[in-house]
Design a protein around this ligand. Structure first.
Ligand SMILES: *[C@@H]1O[C@H](CO)[C@@H](O)[C@H](O)[C@H]1NC(C)=O
Ligand SMILES: *[C@@H]1O[C@H](CO)[C@@H](O)[C@H](O)[C@H]1NC(C)=O
Ligand SMILES: *[C@@H]1O[C@H](CO)[C@@H](O)[C@H](O)[C@H]1NC(C)=O
Ligand SMILES: *[C@@H]1O[C@H](CO)[C@@H](O)[C@H](O)[C@H]1NC(C)=O
Ligand SMILES: *[C@@H]1O[C@H](CO)[C@@H](O)[C@H](O)[C@H]1NC(C)=O
Length: 425
């Protein structure tokens, strides 16, 4: 039993050490850090609300990594004060999350959650390609990850290509290697070496002739055939070039129709995998904010929609989708061009989207406090000025992801912008 005073002392110590797990970094950081140290760093700005939300999470991450004995050091830096350091890391948006290992910097682009960031730290902090020495290790890895990207065989040119794909894609997913013996007997590989992705209870084998560049193939195939999709996932899927088929459902309690819609998409993803998985990702999205922003109106929930992330385009089913056949007809209609793409990222669309985002932002102000709303925004000049300001800011060539400019707008805008910026790079 601990004496009461000791408990007090202990908690003081714990508190003090918890904050000591996150180091405040300044411009001298790159000179003073030891060469082989691994760092997880967030750059913040004092005025950024998202940074304030991240702060407690960041300290938990610091203490958790320490208690796990991780080699990853955790730091944070005020980017508005430490200009040189934030330039070195090419910080453009807040909070920016990056890792530094052996002089290489890695960008984090997933959700700002403890789990997401810890996973990132684990991925970058460990070996680039992890060896699975036995069947047990393979099965353990299978139980922990819903996707396993594995190189099978001895050293080869393919292994070099695999490693170089890993260097770039490790920010998104783990890479493994093993010998033939470490795989279950029922996995039959026509030849070695091979690159295999295990997912959805089955596996796909890379074929250079058919699949093209290995890195692009991994990037296309690294999502399960059916999953929950949020705006971060969509952003990541944007590079795959596939269309995304979504059931859009309520956020918490699902009505019967929502459950049916989800099940329909899941069934088509599983039953027609061979026919469609080259062109489509399937999933469901909870909440309609993102989709409303894309479509520029309130969609009725639940609903189906298909997205082309390459150009911000979308496809809506021509009629009600109640059966598997209806959904298949919808997919075929898009593939054969008989269903027209809507939206897109043309100039007209962009202007309409800006107007929509401003409207969505201003409507609650007017409906909750009409007088204040008028005082603030009543003058048409103000609106025009706002529009002009936004027009200038939302140019894809100007990479301006800081939330200073867009905090005002609907949250979904930021992600759409990211997808667009990515594409126009
Ligand atoms: C991280 O992403 C930003 C864009 O959001 C980019 O400008 C920067 O160059 C990237 N940094 C690294 C180290 O890749
Ligand atoms: C490795 O990649 C290069 C080009 O990036 C390609 O020409 C070569 O065929 C690849 N080798 C194998 C074995 O995949
Ligand atoms: C191989 O067999 C195991 C059970 O022993 C099973 O769980 C797994 O799904 C099978 N894998 C394939 C690719 O058939
Ligand atoms: C993905 O497809 C496979 C078969 O093609 C199926 O067995 C599996 O259940 C599907 N996964 C999900 C999550 O629907
Ligand atoms: C999706 O957008 C890209 C880029 O504009 C385009 O090349 C592609 O054909 C579109 N896909 C479909 C199915 O419309």
């Amino acid at each position: 039993m601990l004496h009461r005073r000791n408990v007090g002392l202990l908690s003081v110590l714990l508190f003090a050490s918890a904050s000591a797990f996150v180091e405040e970094l300044d411009n001298s950081f790159m000179k003073t850090k030891a060469k082989d140290e691994i760092w997880l760093i967030t750059f913040y700005a004092p005025w950024c609300t998202m940074c304030k939300h991240l702060d407690p999470v960041w300290h938990q991450i610091g203490s958790e990594l320490k208690s796990l004995g991780s080699p990853v050091n955790v730091g944070q830096s005020d980017a508005t004060v430490n200009n040189d350091l934030s330039k070195e890391f090419r910080v453009r948006n807040y909070p920016a999350i990056l890792m530094l290992k052996k002089g290489v910097k890695y960008n984090y682009s997933g959700p700002r959650t403890k789990e997401g960031i810890l996973d990132f730290a684990d991925r970058i902090g460990g070996p680039l390609v992890r060896s699975l020495y036995s069947l047990q290790l393979f099965q353990h890895a299978m139980s922990r990850h819903n996707i396993l990207i594995v190189y099978v065989g001895a050293t080869s040119q393919l292994k070099e290509n695999f490693t170089s794909a890993a260097e770039e894609l490790i920010v998104h997913t783990y890479f493994f290697s093993c010998s033939r013996d470490a795989l279950p007997k029922n996995v039959s590989l026509p030849s070695l070496p091979a690159v295999v992705i295990f997912k959805d209870g089955t596996f796909v084998i890379y074929n250079e002739e058919r699949d093209g560049d290995l890195k692009m193939w991994v990037n296309r195939e690294r999502f399960p055939n059916y999953s929950k999709i949020d705006s971060y996932t969509l952003y990541a899927m944007g590079e795959s070039g596939k269309l995304v088929v979504l059931a859009v459902v309520q956020e918490k309690i699902l009505c019967e129709q929502s459950l049916r819609y989800k099940a329909l998409v899941e069934r088509v993803a599983a039953d027609h995998r061979e026919a469609y998985n080259r062109n489509f990702y399937f999933g469901f999205m909870e909440g309609s904010d993102y989709i409303n922003g894309l479509v520029m109106s309130e969609v009725t929930m639940p609903t189906f929609i298909m997205l082309n992330l390459s150009n911000d385009g979308y496809f809506l089913p021509p009629g009600a989708l109640e059966t598997e056949q209806h959904l298949l007809d919808f997919l075929d209609g898009v593939l054969d061009g008989s269903i027209q793409c809507q939206g897109g990222n043309g100039v007209g669309q962009r202007v309409r989207r800006i107007i929509y985002d401003v409207k969505v932002t201003l409507t609650p102000i007017f409906s909750q406090a009409p007088l204040l709303g008028c005082a603030l925004f009543g003058l048409p000049l103000t609106i025009i000025a706002t529009l002009c300001y936004l027009c200038c800011r939302v140019q894809p060539t100007v990479n301006d992801d800081d939330d200073q400019g867009i905090a005002l707008l609907a949250p979904s805008l930021q992600h759409r912008k990211k997808i667009r910026n990515k594409k126009s790079d």
